[in-house]
Each structure stands twice: as structure tokens, then as C-alpha cells.
Design a protein around this ligand. Structure first.
Ligand SMILES: [Zn+2]
Length: 388
């Protein structure tokens, strides 16, 4: 027994000696050294990120000297590294919208209405390649004949589910088209809206299929209705009245998310000032600050190309508006990373952590002290492939 132990000790000794004499040098595709890292949750002042085979292989959170092989190395000094951004509300019109978005560091897009569902399989294939963002869509949204969709297509909406039986067919059609969630449109300012029973059936059928119900509304009256009737996410903030503190605390009681779309609301207010926009611009932003302060999770979304908003720099403006509404730059970045990843149940997105896809955006300057530095994107990688 003693003899066996001695042999074992000598063997371990030899292995240790060998590994000191010939240290194993790890090799990586590339390394980003000494960078300010926002990993989706917290900030690390001097981090080094190691990327291998398209994945985050390792993260050093203290300054260390590099002792590894790599194809290339980026000096991250005076730069900020953040996860690929997520735009929680878009309407993609072309492949160009997708490539522009990815180039701007927006590596995931959530499309909240697509009438041409034939293109979904193509966009889903593009979603896997480096130059395109991950693409998620609702496909056709549920809306009454003379309501929101009619305003876009200038005729009665032919896809409207108007009976309980229609709702069953509508949801199963969307499931067959492999949509990622269900969009429901509701606007009580328009001639038609869903009855309580149709709306409730839409929500329950959506949930029965393990999908999220994302509802369009622009007034607090509709948002309140949608919260009370089980919606998961609302696609816009509101422009008509101020929410009460009691309601704010009620909205915190279950997972419920708000996409403010502040830029589109504020530009419509400034340019057209429609009658229904009874709040001032300050109040419209103020409501977003109040939602955040009350602990309601916000998801950054633009609604481009509505109101001619683009798929790139206008998203940075949206985040800057959240900072003006009272969020810190870190909290604003969360609305475009971890928050939408959590709300939309996107696995391994919105965070920089070991083992996940290397979807990274490198920005010149300190983004955590100035959100406008987003306009200085230096490099973008998707799955470890440099696309900018
Ligand atoms: Zn929209």
C-alpha cells in the first residue's frame, strides 16, 4: 500500500515538473485587452476577453499580462465593450435594413408585425449568418378590420380574427408559420377594437402555445386595459394621461414590460402634434422615468421605419432619451441588452459571459459616463466574426 502511494506521488511530481517546464499555452482567435466591460449587468474597469471558435472562452476581470497565442489582439484602452444590442421593436422592410442594423451593433431585432409572412423563412436563414442580426418576428398581427393595420394598407384588414373560432385559426396559422411571439393591436381611438371576449381569447390562446402576447397601444387607457387582460409586453409608451402611483405599484406585481418608443412619440408630437397627444413632450418622457423608478422593466425599441426612423443611429438616440428621462447610461444599456433578453426569453443574448456567442460591440470612449459615445462604434463581432 505504502509502496503504491510512493509511486503515485512520484508520478504526480513528474507531471507537475513537466507542466512547469512546458507550460500549456492556450490559443485564441482574438483577445480584447484592458477594456472597460459592460457585461449586461455590471461594469469591469479593466477586463480582458478571450474569444475562441466564436465563443467567449474566458474573461479576466483584473489587469493581467497576456500569456497566450492569438490571431489578433485589440488594445481596449479608453474603449468600452458591450454585448450586441437588441432592438425590441422594428419592422424590417429589406435585407439592407438588417445589414445596416448589424453594422450598427444591433445584433438582434424583434419585429412586431410582418404582413408578408412568405419572407420569414429567408430572414430566419439570414439570421444565422454574421452580417445579419438575429431575427425574431410576430408575423401578421391580430387586429380588427377597421383599426391599426387598415391605416397601413389603406383597406379593411383581411387578416382580422373577428370570432372566437377565427382566433383559434389565427393563432394556429401563426404557430405553423413559426413566428416567435404574437402581436395584438388595440387602439381605442380607432373605429374598431376587440371585444373583451375576443381579446381574452387572443391572450389565452397565445399563452396556451407558450408564446408571448405583445400588444400595440399608444394611450394609457389601452395600456391599462392590456395589463389587466394579461398582455406580457406593450409596444409603446403613451401620450394621453399620467399614470397613478397606485397603478405603477400594481404593474410591478407580475412580469410586464414596456417598450417606450420615445423617439417616435416625441417626433410625432413635435411635427404633427395630434389632438390625442394631450401630454407635453416633457410629460411623455417623464412617464418613462416614472416607470423605471417604479421598477417596471423597460425594453429599448424604435418602431423604425415608422416616422422615417432609421435602423442604426436613431436607436442610439432612443437610448439617449432614456438617460434624459432619468436612467443612468448603465440602466439605459440594460434596456437594450439584458432586459429584452429576459423579457423575450432569448437564451444567451444580451450578456457577455463565458460560453456564450461572441456578439460584441466595441465603442471608442467611456460609454458608461456618456451614452452618446454609442455614435463612436469602433468594431462589431457576431459569433466572433468581425463585421465592422
Ligand atoms: Zn410598430
Amino acid at each position: 500500500m505504502i509502496k503504491h502511494n510512493r509511486v503515485l506521488l512520484i508520478l504526480i511530481g513528474c507531471i507537475l515538473l513537466l507542466s512547469f517546464t512546458f507550460p500549456i499555452v492556450e490559443s485564441y482567435d482574438f483577445v480584447i485587452e484592458d477594456v472597460k466591460l459592460f457585461d449586461g449587468n455590471k461594469v469591469v474597469e479593466h477586463a480582458t476577453i478571450y474569444i475562441k471558435d466564436g465563443l467567449i472562452a474566458s474573461i479576466d476581470s483584473v489587469k493581467t499580462s497576456l500569456n497566450c497565442k492569438y490571431n489578433y489582439r485589440i488594445n481596449g484602452h479608453n474603449k468600452t465593450l458591450i454585448p450586441g444590442l437588441i432592438n425590441a421593436h422594428v419592422h424590417i422592410q429589406s435585407r439592407e435594413d438588417l445589414t445596416k442594423s448589424a453594422n450598427a451593433g444591433i445584433l438582434t431585432v424583434m419585429e412586431l408585425l410582418r404582413l408578408q409572412e412568405d419572407s420569414i423563412p429567408v430572414y430566419k436563414i439570414l439570421s444565422d449568418s454574421a452580417n445579419f442580426p438575429y431575427f425574431y418576428t410576430s408575423g401578421i398581427g391580430a387586429d380588427m378590420p377597421d383599426a391599426v393595420i387598415k391605416r397601413f394598407i389603406q383597406k379593411l384588414n383581411p387578416y382580422a380574427p373577428t370570432t372566437i373560432k377565427d382566433v383559434d385559426t389565427f393563432i394556429s396559422d401563426r404557430v405553423n408559420k413559426k413566428v416567435d411571439f404574437i402581436k395584438i393591436l388595440q387602439d381605442s381611438r380607432l373605429p374598431q377594437k376587440f371585444s373583451d371576449s375576443l381579446f381574452d381569447k387572443l391572450i389565452s390562446e397565445t399563452h396556451k402555445n407558450n408564446l408571448l402576447a405583445i400588444v400595440h397601444s399608444e394611450t394609457l387607457r389601452d395600456a391599462r386595459y392590456e395589463f389587466n387582460h394579461g398582455a406580457d409586453i406593450i409596444a409603446h409608451g403613451w401620450i394621453d394621461s399620467l399614470i397613478t402611483d397606485d397603478e405603477l405599484s400594481k404593474w410591478k406585481e407580475r412580469p410586464f414590460y414596456v417598450i417606450p418608443t420615445l423617439l417616435v412619440h416625441l417626433s410625432v408630437k413635435k411635427q404633427l402634434n395630434p389632438k390625442s397627444y394631450t401630454l407635453t413632450a416633457e410629460q411623455i418622457s417623464g412617464e418613462i422615468g416614472r416607470l423605471h423608478k417604479a421598477g417596471i422593466t423597460l425594453l429599448a425599441g424604435l418602431d423604425s421605419p415608422n416616422d422615417n426612423l432609421n435602423f442604426t443611429t436613431d436607436f442610439y438616440k432612443e437610448l439617449a432619451l432614456y438617460v434624459r428621462a432619468g436612467l443612468s447610461p448603465l440602466e439605459a444599456l440594460k434596456t437594450a441588452t439584458v432586459n429584452p433578453a429576459k423579457a423575450y426569453k432569448l437564451k444567451d443574448k444580451g450578456e457577455i459571459k463565458v460560453g456564450t456567442s461572441a456578439d460584441l460591440v466595441l465603442v471608442n470612449g467611456d460609454l458608461l459616463s456618456d451614452i452618446n459615445k454609442l455614435n463612436n462604434v469602433a468594431s462589431v463581432w457576431k459569433k466572433g466574426i468581425k463585421i465592422r
